[in-house]
Design a binder for this molecule. Structure first.
Ligand code: BGC
Length: 746
């Protein structure tokens, strides 16, 4: 039949068949024509994503043969430009239906230009800088022929032991939701069809961060109410910002692996949210239903049936959909129409990206290699690295009695740079560093040398992150003894965080504390810089260091960013996106905990929700971060005592700069719903505002709270706003706030 007639017939049919139409993407003649021509095997192939790694299973074909046969519609782990070109060429020239591939990679914090780890970026609280970083990442990635990222990641977690906190936006659903909007806009640009737009697959929907004991892949029992209130909001925000793909978590909150959870994948996502895009499994997530204990060993038909019927539409890696779906249709277990719907969702995204017309997307003919970062890309990386650094402590020292150590004097002549992160490119790029090239990373040593051309910077690492010899430590101490100022660079190795990198101990690894004690015992003006992928327990370091900085893993522009911050060329703007514990036993820990029937009292009293041997208070609260100025904030003043549904209240806070240095104040706003049908957190972040202050000036900062900020989820799945008193808190961080109260009468 003439292809044009097939297309128009299919188009007409699509309107005649109302079933599930509301949950499906708008049909297009091209897509309908393709679906009408596809064999069941080709349909199952479109629902299959495979890695380009060498085959692991004996029945697994070479990826190129699979593409040629239409057995694979998407690939990931695309290693280089030539591979991207070759695979897409096979798909669009040699496969029967010439359907282009989705080609994916995990782009978590940059492609060639490496930005700070995602958690570090979250510490910037700078959504525009994050958006611009993702734009750079998208431009670099698409120019290599990759059109999809298995990112961003928004697994809310309160557990610093979990290695994947490195990939997320921290513990606050509000902050993570704003970052979700920024990342989606950055990756996808104005329109998916632009050649520099990268299809984002937001992960890992469910409650993937609700791990037990910090261990990867585990899951606490998470109720549907908690899922909606504490885990899903960033995913919904990403959807509203234009996300077309979600990846289900590998774990099983509430006992049900997310890929097998029809309540989430169908009722909530398709039904309530009206999501029309792709829901994919994580790596082997379909097959893992066997390991989870939902399916008898070896029954790789049943795994596919459960996941498909639960609402999954793309199987990463297990090949169970490919194996099972044709058979399940032929046996009448699943309807071919449902398979068509899943295929349609994928083809519509491919079409929207313009892949049928321009299959190589951003990959220009003639390109064979990934070029080094551009000047513009490096500028964005440096800006974001500067903005993510959090100043934890800045006191005086014996050498500078009464003064603050930071910023350093421009006249400094001799700096000792010690510690395993001093001249280390490997670890500062962090986990998931895509196409990073270590020789392009500007280490702290290089950065300090460039920034202080007239000073002598003597570098002695004193060992590696995980081990050191006695003589290495001794040499570093000698270098420090001889200097005017000491910069002590400590931290984690890149492999200490990331997938399956849980730690049961949140101290600095190896002998680094030993090195720190010895160096700090010299009593020199010392700035301790910690570069790590998660919050660590810094209680002792906080006590013995005169100045302490948390720089996360800052990426390609580590050196210049930190050097500029030390010298005061830029002020510290970072604020913690996760609560830092004072002791390991406090974890999991977050600012938005619920009160209990015997709420904690400070100081602790008997029969209260605290510890016998320590406070429940963190070492550094969520939102904490110092500046180089002396700031004070007044109490919040509300423009009304009573608020109704749909209204927005203005909150005014006076902020003063009581120092001779200009600087930026950042007022954070938290709300606490005091009376509710379900016990609510005492405080949850709901916004913030920055304002620049000249020396010795005061300004009134105006923020808002909306009635919607007081909504919460009831146990029966209703989002409600109930009458009652609301605490509106404003201040420096989640602990250091002042409170005003209003009466909510929706
Ligand atoms: C991870 C995903 C990742 C995938 C592919 C999985 O093990 O959980 O986040 O996208 O591997 O690299």
């Amino acid at each position: 039949m003439n292809p044009r007639r097939v297309a128009s017939l299919a188009f007409a049919l699509a309107f005649l068949i109302p079933l599930q139409a509301s949950a499906d993407p708008a049909a297009s003649p091209r897509v309908e024509a393709l679906i009408s021509k596809m064999t069941l095997e080709e349909k199952a192939g479109q629902l299959t994503m495979n890695t380009t790694f060498p085959p692991q299973e004996s029945n697994y074909r070479d990826i190129r043969d699979a593409i040629r046969a239409g057995a694979v519609g998407s690939v990931y782990n695309v290693h280089n430009v030539n591979q991207a070109r070759e695979m897409q060429d096979i798909a669009v020239k040699e496969s029967r239906l010439k359907i282009p591939l989705l080609m994916a990679h995990d782009i978590l914090h940059g492609f060639r230009t490496i930005f700070p780890i995602a958690l570090g970026q979250a510490a910037s609280w700078d959504f525009d800088a994050i958006r611009r970083a993702e734009r750079v990442a998208a431009e670099e990635t698409t120019a290599d022929g990759i059109n999809m990222t298995l990112a961003p990641m928004f697994d809310i977690s309160h557990d610093a032991r979990w290695g994947r906190v490195v990939e997320g936006a921290g513990e606050s659903v509000w902050l993570a939701s704003r970052i979700a909007e920024a990342r989606i806009k950055g990756f996808q640009g104005d329109s998916l069809s632009n050649k520099t737009s990268l299809l984002a697959c937001v992960k890992h929907i469910g409650a993937n961060g609700a791990v037990i004991g910090g261990r990867e892949y585990t899951a606490a029992d998470v109720s549907q109410r908690a899922m909606r209130q504490e885990f899903l909001p960033p995913f919904k925000a990403a959807l509203d910002a234009g996300a077309r793909c979600f990846m289900a978590g590998l774990n099983a909150p509430d006992g049900l692996p997310t890929i097998a959870n029809p309540w989430l994948l169908k009722d909530v996502m398709r039904g309530e949210w009206g999501f029309k895009g792709i829901v994919m499994s994580d790596f082997d997530g379909v097959k893992a239903l066997v390991e989870h204990g939902l399916v008898r060993d070896g029954d790789r038909i049943e795994t596919a049936r459960i996941a498909f019927q639960a609402g999954a539409g793309l199987d990463m890696q297990s090949n169970d959909f490919f194996r099972a779906i044709p058979k399940l249709v032929r046996e009448g277990v699943i309807a071919e129409k449902d398979v068509d719907d899943a295929v349609r969702r994928i083809l519509v995204v491919k079409e929207e990206m313009g892949l049928f017309e321009t299959p190589h997307h951003g990959l220009e003919p003639g390109r064979t290699k990934t070029p080094p970062p551009t000047k513009e890309a490096l500028a964005v990386a440096q800006e974001l690295a500067e903005k993510s650094v959090v100043l934890l402590k800045n006191s005086g020292s014996d050498a500078q009695a009464g003064g603050k150590i930071l910023p350093l004097s421009p006249d400094v002549k001799k700096v000792a740079l010690v510690g395993p992160l001093a001249d280390n490119a490997d670890d500062v790029v962090g986990a998931w560093s895509a196409r990073s090239v270590l020789s392009e990373v500007v280490t702290l040593k290089k950065g300090l040398e460039q920034r202080l051309p007239n000073a002598k910077v003597v570098t002695t690492p004193g060992g590696r992150t995980h081990d050191a010899r006695d003589e290495e430590i001794a040499a570093a101490v000698e270098t420090a003894r001889d200097a005017e100022v000491v910069v002590l660079a400590l931290g984690e190795a890149f492999a200490d965080t990331g997938e399956a990198q849980a730690r049961a101990n949140l101290d600095l690894p190896g002998r680094q504390m030993e090195l720190a004690r010895k160096v700090l015992a010299l009593g020199k003006p010392t700035i301790v810089i910690v570069m790590a992928g998660r919050p660590l327990v810094l209680t002792e370091l906080d006590q013995i260091s005169p100045a302490l900085i948390y720089a996360w893993q800052p990426g390609t522009m580590t050196g210049p960013a930190i050097a500029r911050l030390l010298m005061g060329d830029v002020e510290p703007l970072g604020r913690l996106p996760m609560t830092f514990p004072r002791s390991l036993g406090q974890v999991p820990l977050s600012h938005d905990y619920r009160p209990t029937g015997r709420p904690y009292l400070d100081p602790m009293e008997g029969f209260r929700a605290g510890y016998g041997d320590t406070s429940i208070k963190p070492l550094y609260a969520f939102g904490y971060g110092k500046t180089y100025t002396k700031l004070s904030y007044g109490a919040p003043q509300l423009d009304r005592k009573v608020m109704r549904a749909g209204e927005t209240a203005k909150v005014k806070v006076d902020v003063s700069n009581d120092s001779m240095r200009a600087g930026t104040a950042m007022v954070q706003i938290y709300v606490g719903i005091r009376v509710a049908r379900v016990s609510q957190p005492l405080k949850q972040l709901r916004g913030f505002k920055r304002v620049k202050l000249d020396p010795y000036t005061t300004q009134t900062v105006e923020l808002e709270v909306k009635a919607d900020d007081f909504a919460y989820w009831d146990v029966d799945g209703q989002r409600i706003m109930a009458p009652g008193p609301i605490d509106v808190m404003a201040g420096f961080d989640a602990e250091d706030v002042k409170t005003a109260t209003l009466e909510f009468r929706p």
